[in-house]
Design a protein. Structure first.
Length: 713
């Protein structure tokens, strides 16, 4: 039997649902799902267009209008820790489900078409990697040019349920959960509240790679076809991708909230655009070909008119938390590792790291058109966050008139991580940032957080990022590092676990941004605050001569341990003290074999140094920026002071600032009014010191330590 790949792909297409030009029109659509069964992981999903979609293709099919419903906010303030009103009988939602709820689709999956694997086997000796990649592309869910729009007053989404007494629920303005699917120019218009329990995002709650086993079934078909060099191409077929898609809130600002605690698994992630990004790609102004053509619509992937984000563990103005999805740790794609014969075992650790490019977060009123403004003023403006002000200003005749109003009255957005006591596992955070809460590896480029008013968290807070952490490999698994070990040749692999921020900025709202941490449990490393980032471990923050990484219009930075105008705490990725007798973590395993080889050790450590270049801090006005390390404890009025406080960095070790060949200032802080702290306080650095590389042994005996210094260039 002579079967060609083109024939097989045509056959697969027959089983793929393809929807074109089929919109939903309503004067107030409500969609509700009440049941989730743990035996059916796709159940409990609701969306304005699709509840659960697998290997589905949708184009030019929009939803108009989701109903405006009443959502009762907490009496104290919108980000109060008491969330009972959001889930009580006084609140109702246009879209609601126990597991996955989205304005357009509840759960979107790459497809459970295991029969594709069997079909490919029929090709016999003609099978090759190109055949497989073609089949994977066919089975991916894709949505393009399809929007969801709420009625005047905005629509709201809630995901809240129980699975064996454990709280569940992923909520998003467009999609609740996205597994390895692709979205192009599909937008959310006019959301009011996005409320979830596990994850919540103004566009998507949770994105992560699709399952290899679900798509191909038994994966023997891949044996002998995937090499280390081609692994990246295969992995790309499973990662979620969002291009040229925006989400917008009601004029006076929308809110995103997540309330569950991370106990046995990661929960508690909320972001203005995405709650949790595990190895996904979000790319604005994208010119990547789609269906063989460059997209005609190119724009930022942005959230407009955000008012508040609350995540119990992680909260960010754009992303709550981002993680690398590497082939060893991630269940959905870990199966690929066993199909490769590796000369160098480190190759198995190559990461599918999250990327966010040309992205942005804007506060209330931003991006309004005259049409939206006028309809809002007539309908519900008097009841919004601006009270009677909208009514007094009235309707406008043109965009210039409206822009003047926006410039005068634009308000800021608030970000808060709700945890109030120290966590006991790696999932438990208490970390918040104006753009991203916690960034574990990955890359953010050309990202902007504008109109930031306030960031508050227990452990770490930053104007742009709460924390930037070199992604460890929590479970190195069966990788045997005693085999041929080419560490130096694998430095690009190691660097894929390093968080990188390029040419990105945070700009406070017109009255200046305030960044605060409230925790005082220093054994659990609480109290890191910075105008750009609270804590960095092995991260890189790099601007250019024309576009600095900027923290601008800052008012006050408050913290209790490490506090800085730009960063609270910066350390190397090989960091501080590693117990090399431990079996957990990538670097701890590597250092066992490298401590005897000074040359290789130095190259690995240099590859994980933190770097800050072309970075700048500035205040909100001539009054200046206060970097404040003073605080008091509950029931104790005695003023206490943070240990390390600096105008630029509170505590720095094992890091590089600037460039040794530079002929001009590349790292600077302007308009500092005062720097207040306890032990180590300075106008630029509070503490700039050497940093420990490794500690051999798990007790106080026979310790071997090596050090390297901070470099300020």
């Amino acid at each position: 039997m002579n079967i060609q790949i083109s024939d097989l792909l045509s056959l697969i297409q027959v089983y793929i649902p393809i929807i074109k030009n089929a919109g939903v029109q309503s004067n107030g659509l409500v969609v509700s799902c009440d049941t989730y069964k743990s035996t059916d992981l796709n159940s409990g999903s609701a969306g304005g267009y699709i509840g659960y979609g697998s290997a589905v293709r949708v184009s030019n099919s929009s939803v108009t209008k989701l109903k405006h419903t009443t959502v009762k906010t907490p009496n104290a303030n919108i980000n109060d820790t008491d969330s009972s009103s959001y889930f009580g009988e006084s609140s109702s939602y246009a879209i609601s489900a126990p597991k996955n709820a989205g304005g357009y689709v509840g759960k979107l999956d790459i497809g459970s078409t295991a029969s594709v694997g069997g079909g490919l086997k029929a090709l016999g000796t003609n099978i090759n990697l190109a055949n497989i990649l073609s089949a994977l592309d066919v089975t991916a869910s894709k949505i393009e040019n399809s929007d969801v729009t709420g009625a005047v007053g905005g629509f709201s989404v809630k995901a809240n349920g129980l699975d064996e007494n454990k709280t569940i629920g992923n909520a998003g303005g467009f999609v609740g959960t996205d597994y390895g699917s692709q979205i192009q120019n599909s937008n959310v218009n006019n959301f009011s509240y996005i409320i979830g329990q596990e994850t919540a995002g103004g566009y998507v709650g949770n994105i992560q790679p699709g399952s290899v086993a679900d798509v191909l079934g038994k994966t023997e078909i891949l044996k002998g076809l995937i090499s280390v060099d081609s692994l990246t191409s295969v992995l790309q077929s499973f990662i979620p991708m969002i291009y040229n898609s925006q989400t917008t809130c009601i004029p006076c600002g929308g809110a995103v909230r997540e309330d569950a605690i991370s106990n046995e698994s990661l929960k508690g992630c909320a972001g203005g655009y995405v709650g949790y990004n595990l190895g996904g790609r979000i790319e604005g102004n994208s010119t990547r070909k789609w269906n063989g053509k460059i997209p005609t619509v190119q724009k930022e992937c942005a959230v407009y008119r955000l008012r508040a984000v609350y995540g119990y563990e992680y909260a960010g103005g754009f992303s709550g938390r981002t993680d690398c999805a590497n082939t060893v740790d991630t269940g959905n794609i870990s199966i690929l590792y066993g199909l490769i014969n590796l000369d160098n075992p480190l190759s198995a650790l190559s990461a599918v790291y999250p990327t966010e490019t040309n992205t942005a977060t804007y506060g209330p009123l931003r991006g309004l058109t005259t049409e939206v403004w006028n309809s809002w003023v007539k309908a519900v403006g008097v009841n919004g966050a601006y009270g009677k002000k909208f009514q007094e200003l009235g309707e406008v005749d043109n965009q210039d008139e409206l822009d003047k109003i926006i410039d005068q009255y634009a308000y800021g957005y608030e970000v808060k991580a709700g945890r109030t006591n120290a966590g006991s596992n790696d999932y438990q955070g208490g970390i918040a940032g104006g753009y991203v809460g916690q960034m574990n590896g990955g890359e953010v480029t050309f990202a902007n957080a504008r109109d930031l008013k306030d960031v508050t968290a227990l452990k770490s807070s930053g104007g742009f990022a709460g924390e930037m952490i070199s992604a460890g490999v929590a479970n190195v698994g069966d990788v045997n590092l005693e085999k041929k070990l080419n560490v130096v040749g694998s430095l690009p692999i190691l660097q894929s676990f390093i968080p990188v921020v390029k040419t990105s900025s945070v700009i406070g709202y017109q009255s200046g941004a305030t960044i605060s941490t409230t925790g005082t449990d220093f054994d659990n490393d609480e109290g890191n605050s910075g105008g750009f980032v609270g804590k960095v471990v092995g991260g890189k923050i790099e601007g250019t001569q024309d576009q600095y990484c900027l923290a601008d219009q800052l008012k006050v930075i408050n913290g209790s341990q490490n506090v800085g105008g730009f960063a609270g705490n910066i350390q190397p990725g090989s960091a501080v003290t590693l117990n090399t007798s431990s079996n957990t973590g990538l670097l701890s395993k590597l250092l066992k074999y490298l401590l005897g080889n000074a040359g290789d050790l130095a190259k690995v450590l240099n590859a994980t140094l933190s770097i800050v270049d072309y970075a700048k801090v500035d205040a909100w006005n001539d009054y200046g920026l206060s970097v404040n390390g003073s605080y008091t404890l509950e029931n104790d009025e005695t003023t206490k002071y943070a240990k390390q406080v600096g105008g630029f960095v509170g505590n720095a070790g094992g890091a590089i600032f600037g460039d040794k060949d530079a002929t001009s200032v590349r790292v600077e802080v302007n308009n500092i009014r005062n720097v207040v702290g306890g032990r180590d306080v300075g106008g630029f650095f509070g503490l700039a010191d050497v940093s420990s590389v490794a500690q051999v042994g798990n007790d106080d005996s026979d310790q071997i330590r090596k050090y390297w210094c901070i470099r300020c260039l």
